[in-house]
Design a protein around this ligand. Structure first.
Ligand SMILES: Cc1cn([C@H]2C[C@H](O)[C@@H](COP(=O)(O)OP(=O)(O)OP(=O)(O)O)O2)c(=O)[nH]c1=O
Length: 247
């Protein structure tokens, strides 16, 4: 190899993953002839059964699930909104990179979300043990908190759409025995703030201002608006539902 060729090779070498993925090639092709694009596909970057159920409620069945195992720890001094937005984006980008050379779903829309419970500036994560869960509920007892769900959508041509939904929830006062019984139910496991509004903890809620589905994990109004706005065919499934059940 000549010195010049070696120099050029060294310049083109990168520590980052290869950027010319199948996803990129397809995006370039479809930019010229969108009418030739394959049926739009959707990847849900999530392992949350709630998110899958909420999508199914509005007739959306993802073509694949690609949960990611990113580092979800908060940065020092990070505010709840910024944290939720950052994590949702990281989940979406990790899934996009996972599928970038998968021929069945390389050009999919990628949807991810992150839900956090916030008391003032404090972020309540998913508790990892009984003590943490009890502390969360003690903190939420008799006061209002916010549930922030950040949604991130990556379009097939890699544009990033982002939305945060902020819901205010007020809990009644929780007696010690009530907290203990709730902890024993195990419902708190895997839930931000250590509770599930769609379950037993529904009876803790005195007032909710905002989006109920966002508290459960995915704000349906915003998700459907976002997907439809980016050309994902949502309403097709609704019309088909009527055809299957013509009564
Ligand atoms: C507050 C609240 C949260 N949750 C759930 C929604 C989310 O699944 C979870 C918050 O954790 P997330 O980190 O947002 O999501 P996850 O780890 O469950 O799933 P993934 O990252 O793979 O998408 O808490 C409820 O189910 N009910 C509630 O009332």
């Amino acid at each position: 190899m000549t010195a010049k060729a070696a120099f050029l090779t060294a310049l083109s070498r990168t520590d980052h993953p290869r950027r010319d993925t199948l996803r990129r090639e397809l995006a370039k092709e479809n930019a010229g002839q969108p009418e030739n694009a394959a049926r739009p596909t959707l990847v849900l970057a999530s392992a949350s059964p709630r998110r899958l159920m909420l999508l199914s409620q509005v007739g959306i069945e993802p073509d694949a699930l690609r949960p990611s195992s990113i580092d979800e720890s908060a940065r020092r001094g990070e505010m709840p909104r910024a944290y939720a937005a950052r994590i949702a984006r990281m989940k979406a980008e990790a899934a996009r990179d996972q599928i970038a050379n998968d021929k069945d779903i390389a050009s999919a829309y990628v949807l991810a979300a992150d839900t956090v419970v916030a008391v003032g500036r404090r972020i309540l994560m998913k508790p990892s043990n009984i003590e943490e869960a009890a502390n969360c509920l003690q903190l939420l007892s008799g006061r209002a908190h916010r549930v922030l769900t950040s949604v991130c959508l990556i379009t097939p041509d890699d544009r990033i759409r982002h939305k945060i939904v902020d819901t205010r929830v007020r809990f009644k006062h929780l007696a010690r025995e009530e907290i203990e019984s709730y902890i024993a139910s195990r419902e708190w496991r895997g839930k931000a703030g250590g509770y599930a509004i769609q379950g037993l903890a529904g009876c803790f809620v005195q007032k909710l201002v905002g989006s109920y589905t966002s508290v459960v994990g995915l704000p349906l109004t915003e998700v459907v608006t976002m997907l439809a706005g980016e050309g994902f065919p949502i309403h097709f499934a609704w019309v088909r539902a009527a055809e299957l059940d013509p009564t």
